[in-house]
Design a protein around this ligand. Sequence first.
Ligand SMILES: [Fe+2]
Length: 386
Amino acid sequence: MAALITTPRLLSVGGGALAELPALMVRLGLSHPLIVTDSFIAKSGTLDRTTALLDGAGMRWAVFQDTVPDPTTDVIGTGVEKLRESPYDSLIAIGGGSPIDTAKGMSVLHANGGAMRDYKVPNDIPKIGLPIIAIPTTAGTGSEVTRFTVITDTETDEKMLIAGLACCPTAAIVDYELTLTMPLRLTADTGIDSLTHAIEAYVSKRANPYTDGLAKNAMGLIAKNIRTACAAPDDRAAREAMMLGATTAGMAFSNASVALVHGMSRPIGAFFHVPHGLSNAMLLPEITAFSAPAALDRYADCARAMGVAEEGEGSQAAVARLLDALRALNDDLKVPSPKDYGIAKIRYDELLPTMASQAIASGSPANNPRVPTNEEIVALYQRVYG
Ligand SMILES: [Fe+2]
């Protein structure tokens, strides 16, 4: 079957690319954006630089800066009300994955009405809404190029996966200079998130020749630069590699899907407020160990792409090296277990059936090379607890 590929229409990639924003807007025929961001970016100087660029081009803009980490249906609702205040023709999303995912939710609800949960996977989104220009300030989620958004339902605490062309930004500005000031923990967590995107896209049942190259390229860039980006935050070459890795991993998983790690990670994030990249990192080594026997050669390719196994090395040995490398990376980046993070065992155990059913309902585990049963997911959650 042919692979159906979704990507933004325009990408501006490189150091200083933010300055291209007005030209990019003009190319797309856009002139009246609502900027979607968070209070941190609003104070950081990046928002002021962006609005100065728009002012210079004579564009009218407004700012919605009330986005929160792990965007909620409540915040999307407030954002849609803000959108109704003026005939905006576009959304400019600036920040990590959360402002970008918020802008996607706003665009979808503004155009289609109803409630966010109406568009939860596997439901379709009938209309494509206002175009989004995404400007990531972290090297992580890849949301700037993906056809996904993840929104937490305030009523149920469920992290809902919403997918479709309507969620894919029209354009993205991928400027690694915006990541030079990211703190260590954020660099580590978002970096492991993008490594997980690349690995899951490559081993996914929906992987295809188009996404394979992107995923392997991303794995190499991230695995070889993540420690430097954490240890030497102003190392421009490492930051550039991480940003390219995050965006190409985003392109890969947007078109091949993620798998079991993400499926199991979202409920941990939703119930215990663990940052997304960190909950992926908690799971990645053990889920890889569980899944690898079903796709040994594919996981061996990951080890080679990451530079932790030799080209001529057999698959079994390469996979052993991959597992060692993932565990070592977690140790080096000080990734805690759920227990060490402070999650109470009693609450964790109590929620396991709900977490497992939400994981399965997201559809991601079905893309895994080894599709787990509900009981196996519960056992995996127990194994990673620590
Ligand atoms: Fe992710």
